[in-house]
Design a binder for this molecule. Structure first.
Ligand SMILES: [Zn+2]
Length: 103
């Protein structure tokens, strides 16, 4: 496993995971279940992280992350899913959580 990215929170990790999955990049999220551990564990150990199965995907994955980080600064484009109520970035055509379309 090759560490790709430390996310600020679990929602960010899931958003990124959604994009990587669309690109067909095999990956894994660690610390998915440790959000309640802040205060008990060293703080940085509780950040969710994304790991690559194949190091050869790194260049493509970095490109996706850079686009993702730029999109994250344009939060005014975000839209709310009518089905589950989660916010998705404006660059997403489907809900990152449940996969429903934007309309
Ligand atoms: Zn949804």
């Amino acid at each position: 496993m090759h560490k790709l990215y430390s996310a600020a929170d679990l929602q960010q990790a899931y958003l990124l995971s959604h994009l990587l999955r669309q690109a067909g990049i095999a990956h894994y999220i660690s610390n998915e279940n440790l959000q309640g551990g802040v205060g008990e564990l060293p703080f940085t150990h509780t950040y969710p992280a994304i790991w690559l199965f194949d190091e050869a995907d790194r260049v493509r994955a970095r490109t996706i992350i850079e686009a993702f980080e730029q999109a994250a600064t344009r939060q005014e484009d975000a839209w709310r899913c009518a089905a589950c109520g989660e916010d998705s970035p404006g660059t997403f055509e489907t809900c990152w959580k449940c996969g429903c379309g934007r309309d």
